[in-house]
Design a protein around this ligand. Structure first.
Ligand code: IMP
Length: 197
């Protein structure tokens, strides 16, 4: 399958390449407009991104694709009432990712339960047909400080359940067996490509 990925996030693009190996991904072109994401939920943001990108590609695309895949995801921290959640990409703008990770940890109230989860909603907009969404999540806890340089985003501060190492320390092969994105990708594959991941 040939799929346009409605994202400029290099970390997501790399992970989708590893997770969906039989798919040829086209990245969102550098000269294309920014993709809007102003919904209140992962679900409506994912749908908004996929349908915007499909409409744009229908007018400006340089080759046929089977459809568009988008990913809206984020880190939901219980002690922060689910934040940054759907706003994960927009938390503490202008800071480096390491500084954002430290800023997020500093917001944790003293002695708070550190439970958190990564959530991912994928929206699939086939070139012809109705869009569909697929979700996945991974439970875990916030580390006391950032650790590791693997992955991207909030990976260095997230300890998946049952592991003593953060996603920033675990190999990408291990992350792909557990992650929110891998779970959503498996659901996508089973439904759309009719294959088991
Ligand atoms: P959005 O889906 O474009 O709104 O961005 C989601 C943001 O959540 C990313 O920019 C990351 O900061 C964070 N995020 C989502 N998935 C992951 C992940 O697998 N690891 C670390 N951070 C993630």
């Amino acid at each position: 399958m040939k799929i346009l990925l409605a994202s400029r996030n290099a970390g997501k693009l790399r992970e989708f390449g590893e997770l969906l190996r039989d798919v040829t991904f086209l990245p969102w072109p550098a000269d294309a407009p920014d993709i809007p994401e102003d919904g209140a939920f992962f679900q409506d943001n994912a749908l908004q991104k996929a349908t915007f990108a499909r409409d744009w590609w229908a007018r400006h695309g340089t080759c046929p694709v089977d459809g568009v895949l988008s990913d809206d995801s984020g880190l939901c921290v219980d002690a922060l009432w689910g934040g940054p959640g759907v706003l994960s990409a927009r938390f503490a703008p202008g800071l480096s990712q390491d500084a954002r990770n430290r800023r997020l940890l500093a917001l944790m109230p003293q002695g708070a339960v550190r439970s958190a989860r990564f959530v991912c909603v994928l929206a699939w907009a086939p070139t012809t047909g109705d869009p569909a969404t697929f979700g996945g999540s991974v439970e875990g806890h916030l580390a006391l400080e950032p650790r590791g340089a693997q992955g991207f985003g909030y990976d260095p501060i997230f300890l998946p359940e049952g592991h003593q190492q953060t996603f920033g320390e675990l190999s990408s092969a291990v992350k792909q067996t557990l992650s929110h994105r891998s779970r959503a990708s498996r659901a996508f594959l089973e439904a759309v490509a009719g294959q088991e991941a």
